[in-house]
Design a protein around this ligand. Structure first.
Ligand code: F3S
Length: 752
């Protein structure tokens, strides 16, 4: 499935591009810098970019999308006028599958419940040359690692744990659907040049410690915000001692410290993994340019000079960690858990242990966890807690079944869920969770926010390695320390668990009968993508109307939002997730979380046509029906939070014409521009205070809209008085064209 031609092409250019960058910067380069500078977009001149400051246009090699985020991305892509994606792309059906009984049963239930979404994703993938991974094929990041990730490559994925591919030396970054659309449509992808954090690993893991403990320790050191805007690069002899999948686990959870991405340089573990997963050709090509696929030697000698921050961890001394509850950066070494848990009143009884997920379901992880389960069975121990396994891919599941590990877990009372996200994303129909009882679970996933796993706010979820999850589940205690403690078996004897052992890779090789992959049609022109007109979940998008070239006049105020207004306030998540592929339905959540500055209430705004108060989406729909344009007013950092494009598409769909704020969160501002909206800021912040509830807005000079030129708006108050205010904007030449065309996609389509 991997694209040898693509990788060949990247490797042909890589050494030359890296050299040019080195000459330009006139200094040795870190590994991340090599990849970034080698992936500048065609029209992006090579400059010395300031880290943490300059925005740069990149050209990623690949795109990966999961089923929840792919829907709107692909609905938009369909309007781009392209016949295939500009770069190889894949869709992975993993998020919509609920875990309840067992893999097979759950897959059947979820398949029926989400059939129209899966069918849509399948047919649109088929038509546009996108690789399609069916429900049950596996979790996006594990499948990407097994098939597509390659050293020196750059990819974006519509999921925050995309950095998992850093385990194979790739710069892999999690983004919103709008970014995926840009790259698939052949546009540049913009990113602020990241800062660099270097983590030097010395020594070697031993005993109960696992790669997971490295990132759990790092999360404790850097906290959930410590990696923001930075790429974390691991190096040192300790890094080389880790398996590629162990590296993947560490990079995956870099998302938990807010890092843009994390990665390791190319080494023998990656070579072994590439070969074991049927990519000897890639391993050979990568080994041929090994020097390019690692930092320059001077960087190793003097890391402080080349990274913005350097941390050193001695793996030989690293203890196993258990992080949580409710946040992944609350790191407690296993030896301190007893006193910490007692002090905090965390429930000590473990009710469920869950292993697997995209973070920790490699062959190595499973074999090491199984070595603990096997001991339990042999030593006459029963698991006190329930135990579940979520394999990351069908390839892993098939291979571990063949090698007897599933049987071992089942002997211990374990249950195997589908190869999907399941309990990791709250798709877990956990019996009794609705009683909201206080309880503890331990898992090998990456996140443990309140309610994330089973919806119960009182579930204390702790993150740790799969081997420790297994030991804690067997003991049934959060304060069990397998390094020092013993357990009593069914005969009443004291027994001790030996440290885990396992295999980096299957000795008999990986195997799979049906990987769940479906290649797209060679020529998709005859394929029709069908979406039922009465569907609740999906809706084909109508291209937004181009601008008529006139000033917007008579626009009413929809809402003057007070204070924080994040993308969650603009387009709520939770139950609304099911409408991610249906713009009209999801638009019923438009700004329902925003606080109205005139009454301090959410979702209650004045309908100027009737004088009555109503819910924001309903009031806006009334204006739309009457053909009246509207304006949203906002405070500082409007649209902060996620990069979800729905927050820009919804107001556009419902007829809002302009969003005028004190300041924007950058991504949301760009999203508004892409959707053909006017995203404007007050030239004088205090003008926010001039806006009254019954105001009408007349744009005076929009008809000569141009880069670098203020806009003027006349505000007519209900008492007949008027104010004239200046508005700033940051539209460049290209972006004004987006506005004129009605959206960026309209423009691409026109050009095609
Ligand atoms: Fe899925 Fe959880 Fe990973 S939701 S992609 S298994 S972080």
């Amino acid at each position: 499935m991997f694209d040898a031609d693509l990788i060949k092409k990247v490797y042909e250019h890589l050494p030359n591009r890296v050299n040019k960058a080195k000459n330009k910067l006139n200094r040795p380069l870190t590994y991340a810098e090599k990849i970034l500078y080698a992936h500048l977009f065609d029209t992006q001149p090579l400059e010395v970019f300031e880290r943490g400051k300059d925005y740069v246009d990149f050209a990623p090699d690949r795109v990966a999308m999961q089923d929840a985020t792919a829907q709107m991305a692909l609905l938009q892509f369909m309007n781009s006028g392209k016949t295939t994606t500009a770069v190889p792309s894949t869709v992975h059906c993993d998020h919509l599958i609920q875990a309840q009984v067992d893999g097979k049963t759950d897959l059947g239930v979820s398949f029926n419940a989400n059939k129209e979404v899966f069918d849509f994703l399948e047919s649109v993938s088929n038509k546009y040359g996108i690789g399609f991974w069916k429900p049950g094929a596996g979790i996006i990041h594990q499948v990407v690692l097994e098939n597509y990730a390659f050293p020196g490559g750059m990819m974006i994925g519509t999921d925050s744990h995309t950095p998992n591919a850093g385990g194979l030396g790739m710069v892999a970054i999690g983004v919103g659907g709008a970014d995926a659309v840009d790259v698939m449509a052949g546009m540049a992808w913009e990113l602020k040049m990241p800062k660099l954090i270097g983590i030097k690993l010395t020594g070697k893991l031993n005993g109960w410690s696992a790669p997971k403990d490295i990132i759990l320790k790092v999360a404790g050191l850097l906290t959930v915000k410590g990696g923001t805007g930075a790429i974390v690069e691991y190096f040192g002899e300790g890094a080389e001692s880790l398996s590629a999948t162990g590296k993947g686990t560490i990079c995956n959870m870099g998302a938990e410290i807010g890092a843009t991405t994390s990665l390791f340089a190319y080494d023998e573990s990656m070579e072994r993994y590439l070969k074991a997963t049927g990519r000897s050709e890639v391993a050979e090509m990568a080994s041929g340019i090994k020097d390019v696929l690692s930092p320059d030697p001077e960087v190793y000698e003097n890391p402080e000079k080349y990274y913005d921050q350097v941390i050193e961890i001695n793996l030989s001394e690293l203890e196993p960690y258990i992080n949580g509850p409710f946040t992944p950066d609350l790191a407690t070494p296993v030896s301190k858990m007893k006193e910490t848990a007692e002090k905090n009143g965390w429930p000590l009884e473990v009710s469920v242990g869950l292993i697997g997920s995209c973070t920790n379901s490699s062959y190595e992880d499973i074999s090491r966890a199984a070595s603990i389960a096997k001991q339990a069975v042999e030593k006459g121990l029963n698991s006190k807690a329930d135990f579940t396994i979520t394999p990351g891919s069908e390839q892993v599941r098939f291979t571990i079944e063949r090698d007897g590990y599933i049987n071992t877990f089942e002997q211990m009372g374990g249950k195997v869920f589908a190869n999907a996200c399941g309990p990791c994303i709250g798709q877990w129909a956990r019996p009794g969770a609705d009683k909201n009882e206080k309880n503890t679970i331990v898992h090998s996933f990456n996140r443990n926010f309140s309610k994330r796993n089973d919806g119960n706010p009182n579930t204390h979820a702790f993150v740790t390695s799969p081997e420790l999850v297994t030991a804690l589940a067997i003991s049934g205690r959060l304060d069990f320390n397998p390094v020092t403690d013993t357990l009593i078996n069914e005969k009443g004897e004291k027994v001790k668990l030996d440290p885990p052992t396992g295999y980096e890779l299957p000795t008999k090789g990986f195997d799979v009968k049906d990987s769940g992959y479906q290649a797209p049609a060679k020529d998709g022109s005859n394929i029709t993508v069908s979406v039922a007109p009465d569907s609740n979940r999906l809706q084909l998008l109508e291209p937004f109307k181009p601008w008529d070239g006139k000033n917007i006049t008579g626009a009413k105020l929809l809402i003057k939002a007070l204070g924080k207004c994040t993308t969650d306030h603009i387009s709520m998540a939770g139950p609304w997730l099911r409408f991610r592929g249906h713009l009209d339905n999801i638009s019923n959540n438009l700004l329902i979380g925003a606080i109205n500055a005139f009454n301090n209430e959410s979702n209650k705004v004045k309908n100027q046509l009737t004088g009555e108060y109503g819910e924001v989406p309903n009031v806006q729909r009334a204006y739309k029906a009457a053909g009246i344009p509207t304006v949203i007013i906002g405070d500082h950092n409007y649209g902060e939070g996620s990069s979800r494009e729905h927050a820009a598409m919804e107001p556009r769909h419902l007829g809002v014409r302009a969003v005028i704020v004190k300041s924007f969160a950058r991504i949301h501002e760009t999203n508004l521009k892409k959707q053909g909206m006017l995203g404007l800021t007050f030239a004088n912040e205090n003008d926010y205070d001039l806006i009254r509830e019954d105001d009408v807005f007349n744009f005076v000079d929009l008809d000569v809209f141009a880069p670098g030129k203020h806009l003027t708006v006349e505000i007519v108050h209900a008492d007949g008085t008027k104010d004239s205010i200046k508005l700033n904007h940051t539209y460049n030449e290209q972006q004004t064209e987006w506005f004129k065309a009605g959206s960026a996609l309209n423009l691409i389509k026109k050009k095609n």
